[in-house]
Design a protein around this ligand. Structure first.
Ligand code: ADP
Length: 537
């Protein structure tokens, strides 16, 4: 898997790959993750906004002026006492009261009925936390009682039916304006009610889901007069300030972004580790394969050199004896047979030598043995080797040596000769008319101890098609007319090129089909003067 840099937006590029049916990158889930997270965050934000507005509206104003609630006044005179209450006819929820001794616990008060409709449809205070009363107080007493009547708690409903249950809490008041904030959980069941119903406070938890009336009363107070006017009654739930709310939203955003980044980082680390593991596995597999290949190659080379040796020994005997035989008195038939044995033997020997060379090159065992030798003599030898063969085909055979080419050079004579023999052999083989020329030139001097020589083998033969000029340097490649491949292995040029590479030389070819080919070899060789000077030093 190719390494790629970490990108948050991991979208596949549009293009042919993206439109690929199997790939369908832009549709893949992992690529929609970022969009999904952003969408989710937006959703959370919008939900939070809505939620906030719902929360801020958690104040229920029970306005005394509202027509939704009916006021009612009460005093102990309804129970045989002497106290009396008088509502102010001009102002709702304003009342005065005269407490008089008469009953054990004199009382008076004023309240609002919240369930004007059918019973059981009071107001739900369960979502609120506080009850806030704003009132004006004039009188002797310094405490008043806030009284709520609710539906019975679930635990008692089977016993009490729909009877009202009184909850109360006492709060302090001062003369004049008062703002009383009463936590709703301070409201408790009235002791007299608990004892009259035989219920223990521990057994019942008051419920505020159906509040039917709310009243302010004074009870067990010393005789005297009292005047109260209520300005507002409200229940309120928890309210978050805008800042708190935005902090929460921001927190959610940060949390999700953080989680997303951690997720991506972990994914990245996982990818990285997987990649590293894969690379290590690949490297191990590669090195195993290389070791196996090297071992196999070494075994192959060893086998080939053994085999070549085993084959060459009897082959040399076959060729030698066929020479010896051909010098004797033979009838034409016998001579033909002996010639065939000799030429086949020679071909076989050439093939075996080529294969051995290739094996050596592949095994990196082609050792050059540079020595000082007479290049001119080598050229004469080549001339003798090919002139006869060329002239038998009616070809002109020319060997030219530029005057500046040194007579003595330092190189591996065997390998240089092998290169030239191969090129000249091909030139003669693939030329039917015209000429074959070998020319040696000297290029500008190499650095210090070397000289750069150029050998050009040119023929007027069949030539090579331009698209096959590369192929001819590959092992076992023979191009063009198959009938001309007889006697060849397709190994010569491949070996030639590799010998030259080992020598630090190169080979080029240009050719025109039907007109001929020119193979140019350039190689650096040692200069004898320098070599001798060095030896003396
Ligand atoms: P081979 O043993 O077949 O000569 P080489 O590797 O020496 O193998 O040459 C490979 C092929 O290159 C030849 O078979 C031939 O098709 C082509 N070739 C080489 N030299 C010449 C040339 N001078 N003229 C035309 N074709 C050539």
């Amino acid at each position: 898997m190719p390494q790629r840099p970490f990108r948050i937006f991991d979208r596949q590029p549009a293009g042919p790959a993206a439109s690929n049916e199997n790939d369908a990158g832009w549709l893949r889930y992992r690529n929609l993750k970022v969009e999904a997270v952003i969408f989710l965050l937006l959703l959370v934000t919008f939900a939070a906004m809505l939620g906030k507005s719902a929360l801020t509206r958690q104040t229920l104003e029970l306005s005394p002026r509202s027509t939704q609630y009916a006021g009612y006044a009460f005093a102990d005179d309804e129970n045989g006492g002497r106290s009396s209450v008088t509502p102010d006819p001009n102002r709702p929820m304003a009342w005065s009261c005269e407490i008089r001794a008469g009953v054990a616990y004199p009382y008076c008060g004023y309240g609002m009925l919240l369930n004007l409709g059918a019973k059981g449809r009071g107001l739900d205070f369960s979502r609120y936390q506080t009850l806030t009363l704003r009132l004006n107080w004039r009188g002797e007493a310094d405490r008043l009682k806030v009284l709520l009547k609710t539906a019975p708690p679930a635990a008692l409903r089977h016993r009490l039916g729909d009877q009202d249950v009184p909850l109360a809490a006492e709060v302090s008041v001062v003369p004049g304006a008062n703002t009383i904030v009463l936590p709703l959980d301070r409201l408790a069941l009235e002791p007299w009610w608990l004892s009259s119903h035989g219920v223990s406070r521990r057994d019942v938890t008051p419920e505020l889901s159906d509040v039917r009336s709310i009243a302010v009363a004074i009870s067990d107070a010393p005789p005297g007069s009292l005047a109260v006017s209520m300005d507002s009654v409200a229940v309120e739930g928890v309210q978050l300030s805008d800042e708190q709310w935005y902090l929460i939203i921001l927190g959610v955003w940060l949390l999700m972004i953080g989680a997303f980044l951690v997720h991506r980082l972990l994914g990245m680390r996982r990818d990285f580790e997987t990649r590293q593991r894969q690379q290590a596995d690949e490297a191990r597999a590669l090195s195993d394969a290389r070791i196996a290949a090297e071992t196999a190659n070494a075994a192959k080379s060893q086998f080939l050199s053994h085999m070549s040796h085993e084959l060459r020994t009897p082959l040399n005997a076959v060729i030698g004896y066929s020479y010896w035989l051909s010098r004797g008195n033979l009838d034409p038939k016998q001579r033909t047979a002996v010639d065939a044995i000799r030429s086949s033997g020679e071909h076989l020997l050439a093939v075996i030598t080529d294969i051995l060379d290739l094996a050596k090159i592949e095994a990196g065992k082609l050792d050059l043995q540079p020595v000082a030798f007479d290049l001119a003599a080598c050229l004469v030898e080549l001339d003798q080797m090919f002139r006869l063969r060329a002239e038998e085909k009616g070809l002109a055979f020319v060997v030219e040596q530029a005057p500046e080419v040194p007579g003595q050079i330092v190189a591996d004579p065997k390998r240089l000769r092998q290169v030239l023999i191969n090129l000249l052999g091909n030139a003669v083989k693939f030329t039917d008319a015209g000429s074959v020329t070998l020319r040696v030139d000297r290029l500008e001097d190499g650095a210090g101890e070397t000289a750069r020589l150029r050998f050009t083998v040119e023929d007027t033969g069949i030539g090579i098609a331009p698209d096959q000029l590369d192929a001819i340097f590959r092992p076992f490649e023979q191009v063009g007319d198959a009938s001309r491949h007889v006697g060849g292995t397709g190994l010569g040029l491949s070996i030639t090129r590799q010998i030259l590479e080992t020598m630090g030389g190169e080979i080029r070819v240009d050719s025109t089909p039907g007109q001929g080919s020119r193979f140019v070899v350039e190689a650096s060789v040692g200069r004898v003067e320098t070599a001798t000077a060095k030896l003396q030093a």
